[in-house]
Write a protein that binds this ligand. Structure first.
Ligand SMILES: C[S@@+](CC[C@H](N)C(=O)[O-])C[C@H]1O[C@@H](n2cnc3c(N)ncnc32)[C@H](O)[C@@H]1O
Length: 155
């Protein structure tokens, strides 16, 4: 059994279609582009919403020349809000391919695909040197408990 199947059997995060249903209900599915802040009302799976992301931007002193690794990025909401507010770049690493595929679709809808690259993989085994320009190129990492941010590299 693969890790991707394992996490699905846990009945966690197995609601990919919910996002499209929510977009449809809000008339956002056919929109030419979507505002990532508006989207964060439905794509976010972390605590304390965008306030926590603002704190992360300040803690990591993110600017347009910064690059962040978003671990367990889910639908990519943290990366999109980080990038839209600070103009930084991000790599969004997500274990589950279907969720990562949806994240990529949403990022394109938000016209942030030149800021965010989506990768499928397990942070516990992923070769971080194969991410972006390598692990030394990241200025910070963010993860679902977004209040915990660390300068990169971490031990
Ligand atoms: C609570 S969700 C948070 C998603 C997103 N960061 C957010 O706040 O909206 C946790 C995500 O981490 C992913 N995940 C869990 N273990 C992982 C691992 N070892 N490597 C990469 N992603 C992982 C899950 O598939 C899930 O999408």
């Amino acid at each position: 059994m693969t890790e991707e199947v394992d996490i699905k059997t846990m009945k966690l995060y197995n609601h990919v279609e919910r996002i499209k249903n929510e977009l449809k209900a809000r008339d956002m599915l056919q929109s030419e582009s979507i505002d990532p802040i508006e989207l964060s009302e439905i794509d976010s799976m972390h605590y304390e919403g965008n306030d926590a992301i603002e704190d992360a931007i300040n803690a990591m002193k993110l600017t347009q020349s910064s690059t962040v690794l978003d671990v367990g990025s889910g639908f990519g909401g943290i990366s999109r809000v980080l990038c839209s507010k600070s103009e930084c770049k991000a790599t969004a690493l997500e274990l589950q391919k279907d969720i990562s595929d949806m994240a990529k679709y949403l990022t394109k809808k938000c016209k942030l695909d030149n800021h965010i690259s989506h990768e499928v993989g397990d942070i516990l085994s992923f070769n971080l040197d194969k991410l972006g320009s390598g692990k030394e190129s990241y200025d910070g990492i963010a993860h679902e408990t977004i209040r915990a941010q660390y300068p990169f590299p971490v031990s």
